[in-house]
Design a protein around this ligand. Sequence first.
Ligand code: PMP
Length: 370
Amino acid sequence: QQPWDAISFSDLPVREDLKLQRAYGAPQLDVPVRLNVNENPYPPSASLSTRIADAMWDVARNAHRYPDRDAMELRGSLAAYLTHDTGVTLDCSQVWAGNGSNEVLQQILQVFGGPGRTAFALTPGYPMYEEYCRTTFTRLHTLPRTGTFDVDLDLTIATIRALQPDVIFLTSPNNPTGTALSIGEIQAILDVTRGMVVVDEAYAEFRRRGVPSAVTLLPRNPRLIVSRTLSKAFKFAGGRVGYCACAPAVIDAIKLVRLPYHLSAFTQAAARVALASRDELLSQVGILKSERDETVSWLRGQGLEVPDSDANFVMFGRFENRHLVWAELLRNGVLIREAGPQGYLRVSIGTSAEMRAFRAALLAAIDCYP
Ligand code: PMP
């Protein structure tokens, strides 16, 4: 046996605050129906896959060179898409891109958080905020949402006024609850803080009508950052591209912490091809939204508690032992997520066939564990 086979995690001089942590991530299991990480169930068309492969061939011929470290063309394409989606005219100087919005959000905390600084988030929320804070030694303050998973605006404003956090995370639509914030609520929070406000819009394209994007608030609010991703509506989770819109000065600040050439030439080129096929990539968003609305009604019809969803997933409960229900679904080939407060589960919206399988498996599970 070699020495490196004999050494275990506990023998390593790992940072004290990490020793008791577990690596974040949902189980990646090879089952017929995977509805656990809010992916888009529809693959790219054959013609788009071919266009991406052709672009990769071009990039490969120059793979001995580093990529454009500022990803200017990709940022231009992302700005054009946001302009189209929100009606706010943006250019590449107001959009930053990274390897998934996870990377962008972590960079934001590296710049604006840090030792002695604080961040604020509402719960239940996206668990990665805690991880960015831990990694950057930022103290995280959390405030629970109401019993119906809305935001108690007066309490939130009072808390933010008192704490004056350096970074405020607002997730709209929120993961795991699916609920969205109104533009008025976001502006009211912006009005009482001197810190940076990050509106995480990973699921923005799935909003119901009448919920405008926080991008519309950008021109008036220089401390606002709106983050988005190609992982969900754009069905490009495997491509790992996230981005944010903000004042150009915020991008100057982020450049202080980004790693050199953080976005590979392959990623930049593939994402540009994807964005050029925007209409094709987004063509199933409408189907997913109606499937989501049907899922919400169906779950409510079963007597379950289900918050309104503006995302491509639905949270539902409550179960006495959610783990048993989750495991029973898995036994029937349907993988969902134990996310949200105790007693709740979350299902990502799949194809109609996948949702039929989910409904049948859930009925069977409820039979076993009423
Ligand atoms: N924000 C929220 C609220 C999310 O749910 C996710 C993905 N689960 C992300 C950000 C990060 O997604 P990605 O890194 O794929 O862009």
